[in-house]
Design a protein around this ligand. Structure first.
Ligand code: ATP
Ligand code: LTN
Length: 327
């Protein structure tokens, strides 16, 4: 059975972009693969965090995984920092990665631009991500479009290591949907929706109330025409709303364009509010119950044990090959 690994950072509130681009697919994949889903809390520390908030957000992401339908019997759900092998392999891979190749990472360039005191961790972030994936010998990694370059680096590092030391790592494939892998910001549909964008009007989060969802969708930036048509290049705002609508409702974009033909943007937006609110309501209710039940911690503990057993095998092999085990 194919192995799958992915992760979400517990920084800020998870958006419908994270959900539609990645997490929703995790649930589908657990039916046919052997999956590992991580909460990437070490990655969060590439920018400064408030410890008490980070702890709560970590539990929130874990509860969200469960609330959307990940089943801990099928999926190994764990917190990255509970498996110390991630940090250890990341160090070893850092010694194989080149300064130049990390400097070319678009996410690093975007996140460091104009900032003072950029952490070294932000620079080496993709190597930790490579360690996350390679430790589990993952065949495939479901992610949004923005992670494509990090996956290419992961493949390069795996191939570099295998070439020098013999077959050690599975070279993983990115799993990026053709549709919905890049949900755009509601306030600026030319940039991706993001947890960390300054304005809350950029995103809908998985915990937004119906009023927040309504006000954000009604204010979403569109264009000066009044024709509902899917054309991401010339009509990024309306195309983004149609994409979100289609992914939540299961109706194709063509069906939606047909159904809303001749109607105004306001009508489409109001209908989208209903679709999003009704899809999120049961998830939010399960999330609330899970957060109150205390079950999440036990699930994470078991997940970490299962993950560690797998990660330790790969790390031991790597250390032996690199001359780090004395006998
Ligand atoms: P930040 O905005 O702080 O960089 P993020 O929203 O990108 O955070 P991550 O935890 O880094 O969140 O991403 C989790 C997963 O969600 C990744 O697989 C990522 O590719 C995917 N993802 C993030 N934003 C989008 C988006 N706008 N559309 C589709 N997928 C997305
Ligand atoms: N960098 C990813 C989160 C992440 C991840 C991973 C994704 C950390 N480790 C391993 C896939 C596989 C992001 O979405 N920003």
């Amino acid at each position: 059975m194919k192995r799958v690994l992915s992760g979400v950072q517990p920084t800020g509130d998870v958006t419908i972009g994270n959900y539609l681009g990645a997490i929703k697919r995790f649930v589908e994949l657990q039916e046919t693969t052997e999956p590992f889903f991580m909460i990437a809390n070490l990655h969060s520390w590439t920018v400064s965090q408030e410890p008490a908030v980070l702890r709560e957000k970590t539990l929130d992401v874990a509860a969200l995984y469960l609330a959307v339908g990940l089943d801990p019997k099928r999926s190994t759900i764990f917190v990255q920092s509970d498996v110390p092998e991630h940090s250890e392999l990341a160090w070893l891979l850092q010694c194989m990665a080149y300064f130049g190749e990390l400097g070319r990472m678009v996410q690093f360039k975007e996140k460091s631009e104009g900032k003072q005191n950029v952490s070294v961790g932000l620079y080496t972030y993709p190597v930790l991500q490579a360690a996350d994936i390679l430790l589990y010998q993952a065949d495939a990694v479901p992610v949004g479009e923005d992670q494509k370059q990090h996956l290419e680096l992961t493949r390069d590092l795996a191939e570099r290591f295998n070439k020098r030391f013999g077959d050690t790592f599975k070279v993983p494939e990115p799993l990026i949907s053709e549709f919905g892998a890049r949900i755009m910001g509601l306030d600026d549909p030319t940039k991706k929706m993001s947890k960390s964008a300054p304005s809350p009007y950029n995103r809908i989060t998985m915990s937004d109330t119906p009023d927040e969802i309504r006000s954000k969708i009604m204010k979403a930036v569109t264009d000066a025409e009044n024709e509902i048509r899917y054309d991401p290049e010339n009509k990024p705002g309306i195309s983004n709303l149609l994409t979100i609508y289609s992914l939540f409702s299961g109706e194709s974009v063509e069906q939606l364009v047909e159904r809303f033909r001749g109607q105004g943007y306001g009508t489409l937006k109001k209908s989208l509010v209903e679709v999003v609110v009704s899809h999120l309501a049961p998830i939010q209710e399960r999330h609330r119950q899970l957060r109150q039940s205390g079950a999440v911690l036990d699930i994470l503990k078991q997940g970490a044990e299962r993950a560690r057993a797998e990660a330790a095998k790969t790390l031991q092999d790597v250390k032996e090959k690199m001359g780090l085990v004395l006998r």
